[in-house]
Design a binder for this molecule. Structure first.
Ligand code: FPP
Length: 263
């Protein structure tokens, strides 16, 4: 993508335009993963039921999906429902599932129109049949798209994903000595996808919450105090700009810091 394409959706003279103009399109994160947090607090601040925070969070999802696609991000992964989230009151879980189904129904045309490929990561086979059906419609409808890959993590746990990969390895009969990090990556839900370069978490919490545990080994983490329902394009642009200022070393040192002749 290009700045020009991104600017077609941003009001001229707005703070978002100023941010967009600072982005280096040669150095975009290939994969952005987001822990959407703070919906309950957003609702509590307004004396509303928790589910109203989730409902408002859908607008942020729409904004972030569209902005990411326009920016030229290759993969966007949103953490929508963890395995641990089943511990929440049944009414909240039901509303989350309803919102998810409604989101797919209402947004599928826009997602498809933006050439986005929709995927689910997690133990989706354990979700209710009506939810699985709706997800399947989204996946099938966008399967041939060639633009941004949009993963929704549902009934997802990072440890469960690693266990599932280990089970697959055993079931495939692979010899222990043939298993290495690359092959193991190919057994994860995200097989074939780049690891997240940038992990964003909203609402100020400093936790990874069992999200993409294997894949975030070298991700840059950016935490904002913004609660998820307030998260918008400007926040995503700020996160990308912060990412572009980071010095990524992957455990090594920057070539410029290697003193000539030093051991
Ligand atoms: C965390 O906030 C948020 C969630 C557990 C659910 C996120 C879901 C949505 C935004 C809606 C559905 C998603 C899609 C992709 C359509 P919290 O409830 O833990 O907030 P709190 O920490 O303030 O209580």
């Amino acid at each position: 993508m290009s700045l020009e394409q991104l600017l077609t959706s941003i009001p001229q003279g707005s703070p978002d335009e100023a941010l967009a103009r600072q982005v280096n399109f040669e150095q975009l994160p290939a994969h952005v993963a987001i822990i959407m947090d703070g919906n309950g607090r957003w609702a509590a601040q307004r004396h509303l039921p928790r589910v109203e925070g989730h409902r408002a969070g859908i607008d942020s999802v729409r904004d972030v999906v569209e902005t990411s696609a326009r920016l030229g991000i290759d993969v966007l992964t949103l953490y929508a429902f963890s395995i641990e989230n089943w511990k929440r009151p049944p009414a909240e879980v039901n509303t989350l599932m309803l919102l998810l189904k409604r989101y797919i129904r209402l947004e599928l045309d826009a997602i498809h129109g933006n050439n986005i490929k929709f995927r689910v990561i997690g133990r989706s086979e354990e979700l209710a049949p009506d939810v699985q059906d709706e997800l399947e419609v989204g996946i099938r409808h966008t399967a041939e798209n060639t633009g941004m890959l949009f993963n929704i993590a549902l009934n997802y746990g990072g440890r469960a994903e690693i266990v599932d990969a280990a089970r697959r390895a055993i079931a495939s009969g692979i010899a222990p000595e043939a298993l290495d990090e690359r092959r193991f990556s190919d057994l994860l839900y995200t097989a074939g996808q780049p690891d997240p370069d940038l992990l964003i978490r909203t609402s100020g919490e400093m936790r990874v919450s069992n999200f993409l545990l294997w894949q975030i080994a070298y991700s840059e983490i950016w935490v904002t105090e913004r609660l998820w329902p307030d998260f918008r394009r400007r926040d995503l642009l700020e996160a990308v700009l912060a990412y572009q200022k980071r010095d990524r070393r992957y455990g090594g040192i920057k070539p410029s810091r290697v003193v000539a002749g030093a051991k």
